[in-house]
Design a protein around this ligand. Sequence first.
Ligand SMILES: NC(=O)c1ccc[n+]([C@@H]2O[C@H](COP(=O)([O-])OP(=O)(O)OC[C@H]3O[C@@H](n4cnc5c(N)ncnc54)[C@H](OP(=O)(O)O)[C@@H]3O)[C@@H](O)[C@H]2O)c1
Length: 250
Amino acid sequence: MELRGAVVVVTGAGRGIGAATARALAARGAQVVVTGLDEAELSETAASIGAVPIVADVRDPAHAERVLAATTARFGPVDVVVANAGIGHAGTFAEMPPERIDDVIAVNVRGPMLLVRAALPPMLQRRSGALVFISSVAGTLHVPREAVYSASKAAVEGFAETLREELRGSGVTVTTIVPAVVATQFFDDRGEPYRRRFPRPVPAERIATAVARAIERDSPRVVVPPWFKLPLRIHDTMPRLYKALARRFS
Ligand SMILES: NC(=O)c1ccc[n+]([C@@H]2O[C@H](COP(=O)([O-])OP(=O)(O)OC[C@H]3O[C@@H](n4cnc5c(N)ncnc54)[C@H](OP(=O)(O)O)[C@@H]3O)[C@@H](O)[C@H]2O)c1
C-alpha cells in the first residue's frame, strides 16, 4: 500500500512504539489519527507530526466505533489501522490480581478485535485496507511470570493468522509485527523493569520502520530484530531444546 495520503489510525500512540509508528507513517505522508489515555502525551505526539489526537480507552467497547467514525468524518475512509495499545504484567500468576487479568485481556485482545470489527466492513466494501497488529515474541515463546501477557499475544497472533486466511483475495491485508525487547516505558508499567543484559532492547523507531515497510510491502509477519527468528524457530521445531536453553539462560 502507498502510505502517501493514506488515512491511518494508531492506538496507544502517546509514547513508545505507537508514537514512533505515528511519526514514521506521518513522515511518509500518511494522515494520522492517534489515540491513547494520556491527553498531554497524546497532544505532544500529535502536535509534532500534525496528527489528530483522540483521547480514548481501548477497554471501552465503544472506543473503536467512536475513533473510526471520527477519523472517517475528518479524513475520509480509513486505509490502515495499527492495533498497538498494549499493557504487560510481570509476576507469578498465583499473585496476579483478577482485575489485572481483565485489563490485560481487554487492552491486548478485545481492543484489537473491536478495532478491526469497526474498520473492516468499509475496507471490504472498498476492497482495500491494511490491518496491523503489534504482537510480541512472548506470544510464541510463552514467558514464565508473564502468563496472561503471553497468552494475550498468542491470541493476537492466532486472530491475525486466522483473519489473514479469511481475508485472502479481499484486498485487505493483515500484518503482525513481532517485537522482542524494545526500549520503552512498557517494562516499568508492567511492574518489573527490564534487567537482562541480553537481548538488548532496540529503539522504538526500529519497530516503527518495520511497520511502515510491512504496510508498503504487504508483509504478513515481521520479527524485530530479525535475528530473533532463530529462537522462535527453535521453539517451534525443537521445543525441548528451546526449553532447556531458556532455563539455562534465564
Ligand atoms: N516494549 C517492548 O519490549 C515490547 C515488546 C513486544 C511487544 N510490545 C508491544 O508493543 C505495544 C506498545 O508497547 P510499548 O512498548 O510502546 O509500551 P508503552 O510505552 O507502555 O506504550 C503503551 C501505549 O499503550 C497505550 N495504552 C495502554 N492502555 C491503554 C488503554 N486502555 N487505552 C488506550 N491506550 C492504552 C498507552 O497510552 P497512555 O500512555 O495514554 O496510557 C501507551 O501509549 C504493546 O502492544 C506491547 O505489548 C512491546
